[in-house]
Design a protein around this ligand. Structure first.
Ligand code: COI
Length: 353
């Protein structure tokens, strides 16, 4: 724990805010003026401060560059019409971040740094939070090993950093996904549930193959039999079969905050929600029979993005179009109304800055 809870702030003298084209945000293009940086060494968090956004200098033997102890999160903040800034369920990301940290033998980040730090950082950079529908401030907390050493062991020092930036949509159209039946994202007992950098690195080559075949992303399947659907790599997957909302479950997939929110809202809206294994066969047969009514990707960056087409063993399967999206449209409208402060926060999901 930090002995001194006050997070020191050094303000930038050169704000870059005026260079942002808020009409054309896309994703991950702009970074706000400040970042939070906390350092861990000798078994405790030594310092935490907010400083102008800028480079790090790393020794070439810094262990993250060799053995990959690196984890991150994705969170979004929204601006209400009256200017209030609100972060969506950051407590759930904080919990997941610490689960990722434990799995990679990294230290947990305490509330004083993660939650209070977020609040202080966003308070300082509140002018960077966009307000138009579909826009938000993307928050990227991450932690990496900083020990300078080439022996394979858990680092003795770490840097926890939070950067932010205004964003628009990650995906701008419905997705065409390829069911991956050769490469594997995660196996039982592995690190599939943790949000570590390596899970993204390993996805790049198979995703490139799928992109070259005309797909936007992969639909990962289980490592053992390539029989059960897992996640899309950049987001979780959710299906509607009749009035049942189904999402794959298990330790090989990321337990997304958006995914969890959708399950909670499904129950709230009177749908049946199931977290269980979904076989490729069940999905493909369900599409052919016309009983899979909706399929979508769910994540912080992706929000809720419909899936239009699924490619499996050389064949393409088309999902119903926009007219069939009664559940995902309802959830997305509810979430937008909640996140932009247009309806009461009945679940206590908005963390006001
Ligand atoms: C997020 O949804 O925040 C993520 O971290 C996914 C990433 C691939 C953009």
């Amino acid at each position: 724990m930090l002995e001194m809870l006050e997070i020191k702030t050094t303000r930038t003298q050169n704000s870059r805010l005026s260079s942002v084209d808020f009409e054309n945000l896309s994703f991950g293009k702009y970074f706000s003026d400040h970042m939070l940086v906390a350092d861990y060494a000798d078994g405790k968090w030594q310092s935490c401060e907010i400083v102008p956004y800028g480079n790090f200098s790393l020794d070439p033997a810094t262990s993250v560059l060799h053995y990959g102890q690196a984890i991150f999160e994705g969170i979004k903040a929204y601006k209400f019409a009256d200017g209030t800034v609100s972060i969506f369920r950051p407590d759930k990301n904080w919990e997941r971040f610490n689960k990722s940290a434990s799995r990679l033998e990294m230290p947990e980040v305490p509330q004083e740094i993660f939650m209070d730090g977020l609040k202080q950082l966003l308070d300082l950079d509140r002018d960077w939070v966009p307000s138009a529908d579909g826009t938000s401030l993307y928050i990227r907390p991450f932690m990496f090993a900083t020990e300078v050493a080439l022996g394979v062991h858990p680092s003795i020092s770490y840097k926890f950093v939070v950067i932010t930036g205004p964003v628009g949509a990650y995906y701008s159209k419905p997705l065409k996904l390829k069911v991956e039946t050769h490469y594997t994202r995660a196996a039982d007992g592995g690190v599939g549930f943790s949000k570590n950098a390596g899970n993204y690195a390993l996805s790049l080559y198979p995703t490139k193959i799928a992109n070259d075949e005309g797909f936007d992303q992969l639909m990962w399947t289980d490592a053992k039999e390539h029989k059960y659907i897992e996640e899309a790599g950049t987001a979780n997957l959710v299906f509607r079969i009749g009035d049942t909302i189904i999402t794959p479950h298990g330790d090989t997939i990321l337990h997304g905050v958006t995914r969890r929110t959708i399950i909670e809202l499904a129950e709230h809206f009177g749908y049946k929600a199931e977290q269980r294994k979904v076989s490729v066969q069940e999905l493909i047969e369900g599409i052919e029979k016309g009983i899979v009514l909706e399929a979508f990707a769910a994540g912080t960056a992706a929000t809720i993005t419909p899936i239009s087409t699924i490619g499996y063993e050389g064949k393409l399967y088309e999902l119903p179009g926009a007219e069939g999206r009664s559940f995902s449209d309802k959830v997305l409208k509810y979430l937008n109304d909640l996140r932009y402060g247009r309806i009461a926060d009945e679940f206590g999901w908005n963390f006001i800055v």
